[in-house]
Design a protein around this ligand. Sequence first.
Ligand SMILES: Nc1ncnc2c1ncn2[C@@H]1O[C@H](COP(=O)(O)OP(=O)(O)OP(=O)(O)O)[C@@H](O)[C@H]1O
Ligand SMILES: [Mg+2]
Length: 261
Amino acid sequence: MSESALRISDLTKDFGGLRAVDSISFQVSEGELVGLIGPNGCGKTTTFNCISGMLQPTSGKIEVLGQDATEMRPDQIQRLGLTRTFQHTWLWREMTVIENLLVPPRDQFKPNPIFALLKPGSRKSEAQRIQDAYEVLDLLEIPHMAHNLTSELSGGQSKLVDIGRALMSVPRFLLLDEPVAGVAGPLAERIFQNLRRLTSDRNIGMLVIEHNMDFILRRDVDRIIVMNEGKVLMEGTPNEIRQNRDVIEAYLGSSGEIQNE
Ligand SMILES: Nc1ncnc2c1ncn2[C@@H]1O[C@H](COP(=O)(O)OP(=O)(O)OP(=O)(O)O)[C@@H](O)[C@H]1O
Ligand SMILES: [Mg+2]
């Protein structure tokens, strides 16, 4: 863990009269796995949309891997090494798992097969890319699914393939929007173990949105950032968050998902 890979300073995003993100500041270091939680509509995805360049912030500053990315386009931010996934997984259902991984990296927008296939994407040889894809599948423990159609996968398996697609761009920083939503408990835990391994093995920084506070408190994450009504309510280690009754009660008030320990 060393340099700040992502630094957000006083980020605000308004939609007309609605302040969806309200002057939030935080940072994530290289190799860190940080959870971002909070109730529905508190601004988590909007924060990701600003960081990845899909939305222009109303004010504030975003630094990605040491560069000022506040006014960059999504493709420029991706070239810095930041990749994201979306809350709703999107895969090419008529294609196999490995084929989905081999489509050149998207530029943070929803994937469009025509543009994606026209784009050179990578200077690597096809053989090298296929090898990379198998390495990603190994890492995610799904090499046996390489030739399954993605339409045959469970929701959890689809989430893994989506993370695999993000990894194919060899990111230095990953934003994952609810990577285990709707995924059964044991698989969700394994996905988090794999993410943890990735942060350590590849020194990737990760910011991961999760809906269930009880679930994230039990995972091996470095820190948790709690958002509420567009603001950062608190950030700390899982232990610190667990012990902060105010945060827990604020969260309880809006979602009721947490069990106090
Ligand atoms: N493009 C948009 N235009 C107008 N309002 C928006 C837009 N995107 C988000 N909002 C509003 O901004 C607020 C924050 O939404 P956001 O999607 O960031 O929440 P979230 O924390 O990701 O919620 P969830 O847990 O349901 O995914 C909500 O009130 C939402 O309706
Ligand atoms: Mg969201």
